[in-house]
Design a protein around this ligand. Structure first.
Ligand SMILES: *[C@@H]1O[C@H](CO)[C@@H](O)[C@H](O)[C@H]1NC(C)=O
Ligand SMILES: *[C@@H]1O[C@H](CO)[C@@H](O)[C@H](O)[C@H]1NC(C)=O
Ligand SMILES: *[C@@H]1O[C@H](CO)[C@@H](O)[C@H](O)[C@H]1NC(C)=O
Ligand SMILES: *[C@@H]1O[C@H](CO)[C@@H](O)[C@H](O)[C@H]1NC(C)=O
Ligand SMILES: *[C@@H]1O[C@H](CO)[C@@H](O)[C@H](O)[C@H]1NC(C)=O
Ligand SMILES: *[C@@H]1O[C@H](CO)[C@@H](O)[C@H](O)[C@H]1NC(C)=O
Length: 269
């Protein structure tokens, strides 16, 4: 009897110790993620003054974080929201070490450089809001490997290249905004035709396809295709009609000649 009690007590102690240990010390991946994220950002307004080394090794206290903008769940960083803080610099690829991250919002700063393709490792990512920054380069197709993505908001940047059709395969996507960038090429059918209206794509001079069809010089609009179809139809009709007419004329002439020959060969009465 007392032995069982002791065992139970020991087990409880072990459990609470384990919980306490997990809450007290950061996951080494989160630590690498946070310290590298901070290192690659410039913070002229000193908004990240509490983002310092001692706080990285202990970013989570239960559900709250000592780091402004970070939110924890089960001792892991699951949300990062650093918006409108005048941040510069680049997005560290080590952000992918925050493997429990579900929401990344760095919108309305002056962050430049590329969106690291390493973000594909964030398998739980549901929200990606990097809008209103100075990001450039391609939107890496690998980002579309984050299968739980709900929101992709990249509007107001300098992103170039085309939009990978892979993004059309994201089943949970409810918001997609790449307006006001330098994107080019065809809008993937699964994004444009099925789900998102023109406001998601406007402000990219060399982007074309539905729902941007009203834009004149880019690609061929439905009206242009119909026009070309009708035009070439009429032209070929005219050509074949003329052909038939000429053929008829020729045969008529031949017939007349034939008739003349026949009438000439016929004896006159
Ligand atoms: C963090 O990510 C890098 C690059 O993806 C990886 O090499 C490293 O093992 C990860 N973990 C830590 C703790 O740095
Ligand atoms: C920084 O941390 C201190 C103590 O941990 C807190 O009082 C202060 O409000 C924090 N500053 C910001 C900007 O979050
Ligand atoms: C977080 O960093 C700030 C500034 O360095 C410091 O004042 C504060 O004590 C730190 N908080 C914790 C919990 O380490
Ligand atoms: C952004 O921050 C500035 C000053 O820090 C503030 O005046 C402005 O209202 C903020 N904008 C938004 C959209 O929160
Ligand atoms: C992304 O962030 C901006 C600025 O903080 C905000 O206005 C916008 O609504 C966000 N996008 C989505 C889809 O929530
Ligand atoms: C586009 O769709 C959004 C909702 O997804 C709506 O708020 C907006 O008014 C629509 N814009 C146009 C031009 O239809």
């Amino acid at each position: 009897m007392p032995l069982n009690h002791h065992r139970l007590l020991f087990l409880l102690l072990l459990l609470s110790y384990e919980t306490a240990r997990r809450l007290a010390s950061a996951d080494p991946n989160d630590e690498a993620c946070l310290s590298n994220l901070r290192q690659n950002l410039q913070d002229p307004a000193n908004n990240l003054r509490n983002w310092t080394k001692p706080n990285f090794s202990n970013p989570c206290s239960g559900f709250t974080s000592y780091l402004p903008g970070a939110t924890c769940n089960n001792g892991r960083i699951y949300k990062l929201s650093l918006t409108n803080l005048s941040l510069r610099g680049t997005i560290s690829p080590f952000l992918s070490n925050c493997t429990n991250l579900q929401s990344l919002d760095l919108s309305s700063n002056q962050i430049s450089g590329e969106i690291p393709p390493e973000l594909q490792l964030l398998v739980n990512l549901a929200v990606l809001n990097l809008s209103s920054n100075h990001l450039s380069g391609q939107i890496s197709p690998q980002i579309a490997l984050c299968a739980y993505l709900n929101i992709i908001d990249l509007h107001d940047n300098q992103l170039s290249g085309s939009i990978s059709p892979q993004f059309g395969l994201l089943a949970r996507l409810s918001a997609f905004d790449v307006s006001n960038n330098k994107l080019s090429g065809q809008i993937p059918v699964n994004l444009g035709l099925r789900r998102f209206n023109s406001s998601s794509f406007l402000g990219n001079k060399r982007l074309f396809g539905y729902p941007l069809e009203e834009m004149k010089s880019k690609g061929l609009s439905v009206m242009a295709i119909v026009g070309i179809g009708l035009g070439s139809g009429i032209v070929s009709l005219v050509i074949s009609f003329t052909g038939v007419c000429i053929w008829l004329k020729i045969t008529e002439k031949k017939m007349e000649e034939e008739e003349v020959k026949i009438s000439q060969s016929m004896p006159h009465y």
